[in-house]
Design a protein around this ligand. Structure first.
Ligand code: HEM
Ligand SMILES: [Cu+2]
Length: 461
């Protein structure tokens, strides 16, 4: 039985959607957003407990809710949405049918079953092991099995993406090299294959340990391999959200990158150096030498940081060039003042660039320095940092993209356009505030070093 292929061209954007690809993009994006909703509701429980005056949940419920919040947000919301972006970047942007749609649906089913299974295990109550799920603290077997099924599904989705690129090349659906956004998505998918394999290498033995087949998993080896997964998955997020920044610069301004070659080289730096940067999570671990730690985090890590800085300069730069060409040339900043601030697709991305770049980036580089890490490690500074990266950076960018996709892909109008206009400001600045507050250990910036030590974080990142 073969699946019939038909195409629809969106009258607003000119984008061409193949029917199977369209359904797959919608399904993955939709389930992702449902996880965001669940994770968001759970965040209320976490925050109202962390607020000393309220201190809502009992310790046991708090850790259960926090474990689910971390996994639903960082793993399930982001990766479902990223699979949608991969299919969009391969099928829609290259005007190509999706390779093996049935296998893509199998991947979707595995991811869905895995994520639900994992959540059921968490809410059963005996798996409050946090997102990092370090051994020897054990969760129920179905906690790990759920994660493994999800990972296998995500891996298959990456291969469907690569397969689609092959089909596009063979059927010559595009000229020259792939567009930059697709190139960024390829970067994300390559990192994803590395990431998911590392996850499997460590979670499969841990699952076997939980059912009694394996007797021992070494905690230090666990941490080392787990972070090849845990950190690299953040690089999937970064590569994906930066690709979306380029996409939004193109759709909101008609902007082209100032130098395609520089931007592509910056993506390449991610592939080469990001995995090495995983070492910043191991700075407090015994067993690894100081020399190894310093080489990784004080040298190699900066190549990856360099790549982000290049994107962080070239994307607003490309927007500026496009605006100046339209005649907004007065002074240094007329181009920025006359930007479409009322369009949530643009404002979301712009707030994300600033928040991710300044707060997320700088707090991360600080924490990646061995000496500072000794003070900050395992404190509330850590969630402060990563909410600036994965929430203001990735989540807000994906929200901005959703505003673009609602008319184009889902063929609907926004129900409350005024609210939509305000949403990126509300969400972006609130999370920035949350991050600053966490980062300061609740005692104000000047007293921060003391605060870091006093306020231990409840999770072990
Ligand atoms: C505005 C919405 C959000 C709020 C208010 C919020 C708040 C929090 C708070 C207060 C913590 C607990 C920190 C601690 O006690 O150690 C936390 C943990 C966490 N959050 Fe969020 N968060 C939000 C959205 C997100 C999003 C969108 C993501 C990922 C994309 C995310 C990922 C995480 C992770 C991974 C943890 C750590 C879980 C663990 O330690 O196992 N959060 N969040
Ligand atoms: Cu990291």
């Amino acid at each position: 039985m073969s699946v019939t292929t038909t195409y629809r061209t969106c009258p607003r954007s000119g984008l061409q959607f193949e029917n199977q690809a369209e359904m797959l993009i919608k399904a993955n994006a939709f389930v992702g957003v449902v996880w965001l909703l669940i994770g968001g509701v759970l965040a209320i429980g976490v925050v109202l407990t962390r607020w000393p005056a309220i201190h809502w949940l009992e310790a046991e419920t708090f850790y259960m809710v926090l474990t689910a919040h971390g996994l639903d947000m960082l793993i399930f919301w982001l990766i479902f949405f990223e699979v949608a972006i991969l299919y969009f970047a391969a099928s829609t942007l290259l005007r190509c049918r999706i390779a093996t749609p049935k296998v893509a649906w199998l991947a979707f089913a595995l991811m869905l079953i895995g994520s639900v299974l994992n959540n059921v295990a968490v809410f059963n109550g005996a798996s409050s092991v946090m997102m990092t799920s370090y051994v020897p603290m054990m969760a129920e077997p179905s906690f790990y099995l759920g994660l493994i099924l999800f990972a296998v599904g995500a891996l298959i989705a990456c291969f469907v993406f690569f397969g689609t690129l092959v089909v596009a090349k063979r059927e010559k659906t595009y000229d020259g090299s792939v567009p930059l956004v697709t190139f960024g998505a390829i970067t994300a998918a390559i990192i994803a294959v590395f990431t998911i394999s590392s996850g499997a290498i460590i979670l499969i033995p841990t699952w076997l340990l939980s059912i009694g087949v394996v007797e021992h998993v070494d905690p230090l080896v666990y941490r080392t391999v787990w972070w090849a997964f845990g950190h690299s998955s953040q690089q999937i997020n970064v590569a994906a959200h930066i690709s979306v920044w380029y996409l939004v610069a193109a759709v909101a301004f008609g902007a082209k990158p100032m130098s395609e070659r520089v931007s592509r080289t910056a993506f390449l730096l991610y592939i080469l150096f990001l995995q090495l940067a995983s070492a910043h999570h191991l700075l407090a671990d015994p067993g690894l030498s100081t020399g190894w730690k310093v080489i990784n985090t004080s040298y190699f890590m900066y190549f990856a940081v360099l790549a982000s800085m290049i994107h962080g300069l070239t994307i607003p730069g490309a927007m500026e060039v496009a605006q100046r060409r339209k005649g907004y040339t007065k002074g240094l900043f007329e181009w920025l003042r006359k930007a479409p601030w009322g369009n949530p697709t643009f404002s979301g991305v712009f707030i994300s660039i600033i928040g991710f770049g300044f707060l997320g980036g700088i707090s991360g580089v600080m924490m990646g320095t061995e000496q500072l890490n000794m003070i900050i490690h395992n404190t509330i500074y850590v969630p402060g940092h990563f909410h600036a990266t994965v929430v203001v950076g990735t989540t807000l960018t994906f929200m901005a993209l959703t505003y673009y996709l609602i008319p184009v892909l889902f063929q609907r109008e926004m129900i409350a356009p005024t609210l939509a206009k305000w949403q990126p400001y509300l969400f972006g600045f609130d999370v920035l505030l949350l991050s600053c507050h966490d980062g300061c250990g609740h005692v104000g910036c000047c007293a921060a070093p003391l605060g870091y030590v006093v306020r231990r974080s409840s999770h072990g990142i």
